[in-house]
Structures are given as C-alpha cells and as structure tokens.
Design a protein around this ligand. Structure first.
Ligand code: ATP
Length: 202
C-alpha cells in the first residue's frame, strides 16, 4: 500500500532535525524539503541554467555552483524577482519531494518542511506534526547552534508564521522543552502510534 505522509514542521531551532533523525533511526522514511530545494538547483540541473539566464553570471560561485548568498540578496527587497524565482522553483521542489516520498518502503513517510504551513503544503499531507518550544528556547538553541545573534534569530522568527497559527494546523504537537533522551521516548511513542494509522487518520 502507498505510504501516507506525515508533514513535520516547527519554527527555527524548534528541533525538526533532531525529531526527524530519531524517526529515521526507527525506520521511517524521511524527506527534507530544504534538501530538495538545494538539489533542484545543483550544477547541471536545468533550473540553475534558467536562474543564470535571468539574474546573470553573478549568482554563480567560481566552482559553477549557485551562490545562494548573492541570490538571496538579489531577491531580498525585490518582490517581483522573488516571485519569479518561486514560480520556477516551487513546482520543481514539489516534484522532487514527491519523487523521494514515493521511494518509501515504510508504512508512512515524513516530509520535513519549515514552511509546511506558509507554503500550503500542509493540505497535501495526511497528518501534521508540529514541534513546538517556547520562543526563549528557540533563541537559546539556535544561537548556540549557529553562532547567530539573538537579533538575527528574532528577525527570522518574525518572518515565520506565528506559533499560534502553526499550532492551529497541528494534528499532533511534540513539545520539545526537555532533554534529548526524553525527545527520543516521545518520538518512539508517536512512531508506534503512526504505524497503527491508515492514511494518517485514526
Ligand atoms: P532549523 O529550522 O533552524 O533548521 P530545527 O527545527 O531543525 O532548526 P534542530 O537543528 O533540530 O532544529 O535543533 C536546534 C538545536 O537544538 C540543535 O543544536 C539541536 O541539537 C538542539 N536541540 C534540539 N532539541 C533539543 C533538546 N530537547 N534538548 C537539547 N537540545 C536540543
């Protein structure tokens, strides 16, 4: 039977990767939408050629790979350019994710996406799991992980969908405010539950 898809999301530094890694170690097939977004612009893929034709050679590194920082700068305060890029990439990312999800040999597959709610992708999954933490922990963990300043993390937080809005779309909420071994136990509990579901519903 075709696996059903669990959408896994949460704000910056909430613990999506930590949670996804634990599901993967239990045998769940995990696809990361961020990774798919990188694959579709790899050297030799047609999207990269189109980006270069549109923005010019400046968006390439010497190695011929996409210079993400420069591209981000180019679309930062130019909504029309941002829209052009999203129109090109979103269908490609969706196709890439669908292709990866179809490879799953587990009874359910997990799509990790920081923008599951913002992008509307939550409508295409069987169930939504939100990893939720208080903002103070998001900031503490992200600054420790990325050497980012509190100000930078707050800027990203304010660009993401509000916590309450994300939680509205959740079927399950994993509150990641304790240690990593506790997180592992919670993931195991959810995994056992998910194995009993058909199509993501009870
Ligand atoms: P982003 O959206 O920025 O990619 P994320 O949601 O994937 O972040 P993680 O990278 O999984 O978040 O977690 C952020 C940091 O917090 C990591 O360094 C991770 O190891 C740590 N972390 C996650 N959960 C816990 C926990 N329960 N206890 C301690 N540290 C944790």
């Amino acid at each position: 039977m075709k696996p059903w898809v669990l959408g896994l999301t949460g704000g910056i530094g909430s613990g999506k990767t930590a949670v996804a890694d634990r599901f993967a170690s239990l045998g769940a097939h995990v696809v990361d939408a961020d990774q798919a977004a990188r694959w579709v612009v790899e050297s030799g893929r047609p999207a990269l050629q189109q980006i270069v034709e549109h923005f010019g050679e400046d968006v390439l590194l010497q190695s011929g790979e996409l210079d993400r920082a420069t591209l981000r700068q180019r679309i930062f305060d130019d909504p029309a350019e941002r829209q052009w890029l999203e129109k090109l990439l979103h269908p490609l990312i969706r196709a890439e994710v669908a292709q990866q999800l179809a490879l799953a040999d587990s009874s359910y597959a997990i799509m990790v996406s920081p923008l599951l709610i913002e992008s509307g992708q939550y409508r295409q999954v069987g169930r939504v799991l939100v990893v939720d933490v208080p903002e103070s922990l998001q900031i503490a963990r992200t600054t420790a992980r990325d050497q980012a300043s509190e100000e930078q993390v707050r800027a990203i937080l304010s660009a993401q969908v509000q916590r309450e809005e994300r939680l509205k779309h959740a079927d399950d909420v994993l509150v990641n405010d304790r240690d990593l071994s506790w997180l592992g136990v919670e993931v195991e509990r959810l995994h056992r539950f998910y194995l009993t579901l058909r199509g993501g519903q009870e």
